[in-house]
Ligand binder design. Structure first.
Ligand code: ADE
Ligand code: ZN
Length: 322
């Protein structure tokens, strides 16, 4: 049982955390037909490409500032109820633009949700603005420029998500230069769908302190040594990896091997209801599927706080709550 353990999550996509029941209520409210994407209380997809399509489709039922406040407050409330003290949410102001709400109103809604959740439950949260590879390099530069100019104290990081097989990391280098110059923390999805070359590309081009997933680095011993030596933190999402068939089962998943090789690892849920998981389940899996003791799990959580995109004063306060 890991219920008593304090928890931290560094890698969760906000719209990917939308409970199916809330999405259904939203779809009814706006009279949007999502029957092909949400059936019998579960999101419908069959591979990585159709997962991304389903994700983009269901995101369309969240339309207003208040919708985003409610979605954020709901997810953070769920996290707090299982002992989570800190959460980083991956958000797409670009999505706000695409649905006609606008990036500022989208972010304002999310920030309102964070405020409500912190007031109700004490959970601390920060935002990582993401670009989506499948919308192309220009849109990713736009997302970086937005994050850099926002001067919003809750926006503390920049990420690149979406279709990993589209283009190479170098195509998105400019976006990361903009985010780095603005002092944002950098993380990037790599080594999830694509092999070790994508992790090496990310390290060479972006020089991030963290990598989203990164688990396929296990296929290259020298790369695993490089991750360990550089102290790059991996945001590992085991339930997501199994649902997306990156590995056939938990026995084949490299979380433990990476940790034993000296790589700094953390655990997160990625897009929990899409992958029939939750942060609570990921912590349970750390114990039941990977055999970590409570103190080893606390180490993962501590690594999460050490790698969090927060100011040093906030980090100190959070570490003291562990
Ligand atoms: N697991 C994932 N990989 C890449 N992009 C994503 N967007 C939402 N979830 C994602
Ligand atoms: Zn992700």
């Amino acid at each position: 049982m890991t219920r008593h353990l304090k928890k931290v999550e560094l890698h969760c996509h906000l719209e990917g955390a939308a409970p199916p029941s809330l999405t259904l209520a939203q779809a009814r409210k706006y009279n949007i037909d999502i029957a092909a994407y949400l059936k019998d209380g579960a999101y419908v997809w069959h591979d990585f490409a159709s997962f991304l399509q389903c994700y983009d489709k269901i995101s369309e039922v969240y339309k207003t500032e208040e919708d985003y406040a409610l979605l954020t407050e709901t997810y953070l409330g769920e996290l707090a109820s299982v002992g989570t003290i800190y959460s980083e949410l991956i958000v797409s102001p670009d999505h706000g633009k695409r649905i006609g709400l606008g990036a500022d109103a989208y972010i304002a809604g999310v920030c309102e949700g964070i405020r409500r959740a912190e007031a109700a439950n004490g959970i601390v949260a920060r935002l990582i603005v993401t670009g989506e590879r499948h919308f192309g390099p220009d849109s990713v530069v736009g997302a970086a420029e937005y994050a850099a100019k926002a001067r919003n104290p809750l926006i503390t990081g920049f990420n690149l998500a979406g279709e990993e097989r589209m283009g190479r990391v170098a195509d998105y280098a400019r976006a990361f230069d903009i985010a780095r110059d603005a002092g944002l923390g950098l993380t990037i999805h790599a080594g999830e769908v694509c092999g070790p070359f994508s992790v090496a590309d990310a390290l060479d081009v972006v020089r991030p302190s963290r990598i989203g997933h990164g688990v396929r680095a296990i296929e290259d011993e020298a790369l695993v040594r490089r991750l360990a030596e550089q102290g790059t933190v991996l945001e590992v999402c085991p339930g997501s990896n199994i649902a997306l068939k990156v590995f056939p089962d938990f026995a084949a998943h490299p979380l433990r091997r990476l940790k034993e090789a000296g790589v700094r690892v953390t655990i997160s849920s990625d897009d929990p209801p899409f992958f029939h998981t939750s942060l609570e389940r990921e912590y349970e899996l750390a114990a039941s599927a990977f055999g970590f003791t409570d103190s080893e799990i606390d180490e993962l959580t501590r690594t999460g706080l050490e790698a969090a995109f927060v100011d040093e004063e906030t980090r100190k306060v959070l570490l003291a709550r562990l």
